[in-house]
Ligand binder design. Sequence first.
Ligand SMILES: *Cc1c(COP(=O)(O)O)cnc(C)c1O
Length: 415
Amino acid sequence: MKVVHMENEIKTDDASGRGVVEGYKIAFPAMLFKYNQEEIDVVVDVMRNTNAMTQGKYMRQFEEDFCTYTGAKHSFAVDNATNALRLASILAGLEQGNEVIIPAYTFCATAIPFGETGAKIVWADIDPESRLVSAKTIEEKVTKNTKVFVVVHLLGMPVDMDPVMELAKKYKCLVVEDCAQAPGAEYKSRKVGTIGDFGCFSFHGAKNITTLGEGGMLTVKSYEYAKIVSGLRHNGCRAYNEERKRYWVPAMSDVDIDIDGVWPSNFCIGEAQCALGSKLLKRLDKINAKLIKNATRIRRGLSDVPEITFPEIKKGLKPVYHVLVGKFNGSKLEKTRDDFMDIMVNKFRIRMIAWLRRDDPADPPWAPGFGEANCPNLEAYWDSSFSYPQSSDFTDEDIDYMIDSTKKAIALLKL
Ligand SMILES: *Cc1c(COP(=O)(O)O)cnc(C)c1O
């Protein structure tokens, strides 16, 4: 095993690694989700009155509500999206020699569960307009060993799914949608996570809604897969009717569940989180509407600033703007994205972010030896990309301050 020397001391006061948020005029307040009274009350109610703390009526209700909200056929509440992705990777039956195509532009949790199966991760490039993977950038990486395409509706923007599904049919591949940043986003009036074979959602503290910091949901299209998920989620134990003749004999896994050769685990989520999740679903559209309003205001406010461009959103797509990413085009000014960010951060005290950096996506420490990533569009894009802070609690004044500061920063760069 390679021993990695840690140059930075491990900071115990910032276990999430998100850094300080104090001292900013506009911080990135992710993980400071504000619950309303009804949401707080339902958690307390479960603590006081429930007859099960896990896998009870609130989980069933949350799953049912999620199916109703998204239109998914089957939904399974889990402890986080990484494990929803892990369940998808298990269900896909991947093994050594198989290849999985994964966007090079994403959060590492999209890839880790798939790499863990022994399959080879092959990185797909972004389309320069949408700044997401497309059928074209996926097809460039297809080989006879490809079994799964993973698409990520990154930063709340839906991937163009119809061509991806056609491609999957052509090459007989399964499609996994990583919807961690896009709950409620739509593709041609269909919710993301209901188009591919599997959809994976996150309710982590930094996402659009959060079930007390952690949580996730797996949506499944086909009953053939869905029928074994509850067993895979709970160490092979699945609810079934059993006559208890004299005393209870807890099962060493459900004896007739068909998961030969597959290792189940525990991916369960508690009842209080599920009860809260059902409440949050009722508010999700309102939260998303605010995020969309914020992003649209910035896009409009900067439409006459040629140095800043935003991703193209094609007709029929409804993004939910988990965050708004922009591209800084400073070549005429002979200035870089970092020059722009320096002013925004240090002079205007806006906590700007450059998302999802990886020196070489083909060679993260947990996935060695996969060869060159070969993603020229992403290479050309990443160093010019940036994002504004985003929150459903921002006021119009906050947004206008960011617009105004951007214009002032560019004027300063022109001096
Ligand atoms: C957050 C995130 C995940 C992982 O979600 P968890 O619930 O934290 O496990 C996966 N993919 C993407 C794109 C994410 O942003």
